[in-house]
Design a protein. Structure first.
Ligand SMILES: NC(=O)c1ccc[n+]([C@@H]2O[C@H](COP(=O)([O-])OP(=O)(O)OC[C@H]3O[C@@H](n4cnc5c(N)ncnc54)[C@H](O)[C@@H]3O)[C@@H](O)[C@H]2O)c1
Ligand SMILES: O=P(O)(O)OC[C@H](O)CO
Length: 347
């Protein structure tokens, strides 16, 4: 098995897996994309397109594709996972022991039950000897596939691992920054999806720019409060995987979570909003898991509680907004307080 620039396997042939694999293939990295659907694999290999997830994008002819999972991972020292959080366990169950000593990078931005299970936890359970990192940041797949200049973060306490991922993934269109705070980067990517649903709702309801700015800023305070309580470094939330990803997902109709929120704001039911999307919106499940955890830990998360009340407790929107606006008016910037009790390492 070789290393510094591949071979690489990308597991998951949806929007993000196809995009990441294509970027690396175009940059000369030997990549194999694994997906389940033989017809999509055939289309990628013969037509160099994935019309279901990236319509109108011409994929690089060097991109190899397979429906054979073992073949994909067999010779790859670096493996990216771009599988929805709900399916990660079942995919890893088929290959766990094969992943010993490999670099396994989760790009999945979700949290699962029971309890509060991150994707890195699922990987380490299935493959205890793998070297695990997470990748997160303001990374709308469609824009990356179109060649937009983009930055992301690879996070692991293992600096050599981060360097290996930077070498393989970084290129003329994509800058890959490193972080030692894997936990914070992973939480940032998952939590921001919940606030993107709220931002989409606010947009559909015609709320003003002041309101959108208030939402994003208070969302950052709220998600950081939770993450710091759980052990993450607050400074991580000032970076690409925190405020960077929160901004893009809360501002862009290209975000699927934002689009779910927008559809809800237009009066669709949650089932209708999710069904009309046809792609994964991790924020809906994350909201359930996060609300439970915040309650159990006693962390104050009024925006999460408000969205949960609307989606899962049948509370009317105007009542929830009224409650949010009449809550105690607290301190603005909490970062000083967060940082006073957190060592400035692990960012
Ligand atoms: N799309 C983006 O812009 C983006 C960016 C960064 C991170 N992510 C994260 O990447 C993850 C994947 O998202 P996506 O955008 O590629 O989703 P998607 O909805 O575009 O595609 C999901 C893919 O997963 C496949 N899949 C579903 N269940 C599977 C299973 N059991 N086994 C194998 N494959 C299965 C589907 O067939 C599909 O190819 C999500 O957690 C998402 O938050 C997405
Ligand atoms: O389309 P979304 O809402 O899943 O967001 C995609 C990425 O996470 C943005 O960084």
């Amino acid at each position: 098995m070789s290393n510094s620039r591949g071979p690489v396997a990308v597991l998951g042939g949806g929007s993000f897996g196809t995009t990441l694999a294509n970027l690396m293939a175009a940059d000369g990295v030997p990549v194999t994309l694994w997906l389940r659907d033989a017809a999509v694999a055939e289309e990628i290999s013969q037509q160099h397109s994935n019309t279901r997830y990236l319509p109108g994008i011409e994929l690089d002819s060097k991109l190899r594709v397979t429906t054979d999972l073992l073949q994909a991972v067999e010779q790859a020292p670096v493996i990216f996972l771009a599988i929805p959080s709900s399916a990660l366990r079942s995919v890893l169950a088929q290959i766990g022991p094969l992943l010993a000593d490999r670099i396994v990078v989760s790009t999945t931005k979700g949290i699962q039950l029971p309890g509060f299970v991150l994707m890195s936890d699922i990987i380490e359970e299935a493959a205890p000897k793998a070297r695990v990192a997470v990748l997160s940041g303001p990374n709308l797949a469609r824009e990356m596939a179109e060649g937009a200049l983009t930055a992301t973060v690879v996070a692991s306490p293992d600096e050599a691992l981060c360097q290996a991922v930077q070498d393989v993934l970084g290129g003329s269109k994509l800058r890959v920054y490193a972080s030692l705070d894997r936990y914070g980067v992973e939480l940032g990517g998952a939590l921001k999806n919940v606030y993107a649903i709220i931002a989409g709702m606010a947009a559909a309801l015609g709320m003003g720019e002041n309101t959108k700015s208030m939402l994003i800023t208070r969302a950052l305070a709220e998600m950081t409060r939770f993450a710091v309580h759980m052990g993450a470094n607050p400074l991580t939330f000032l970076g690409l995987a925190g405020v960077g990803d929160l901004i893009v997902t809360c501002m862009s109709p290209k975000s699927r979570n934002y689009r779910v929120g927008f559809a809800l704001g237009e009066g669709k039911s949650l089932d209708e909003a999710v069904a009309s999307l046809g792609q994964v919106a991790e924020g809906v499940n994350t909201l359930r898991v996060l609300k439970q955890k915040a309650d159990a830990e006693g962390v104050y998360m009024p925006l999460v509680a408000g969205l949960h009340a609307i989606l899962f407790e049948q509370q009317p929107l105007d009542k929830v907004i009224g409650r949010l606006m009449s809550a105690e008016q607290k301190q603005d910037v909490e970062f000083a307080a967060f940082m006073a009790c957190t060592p400035l390492e692990g960012v």
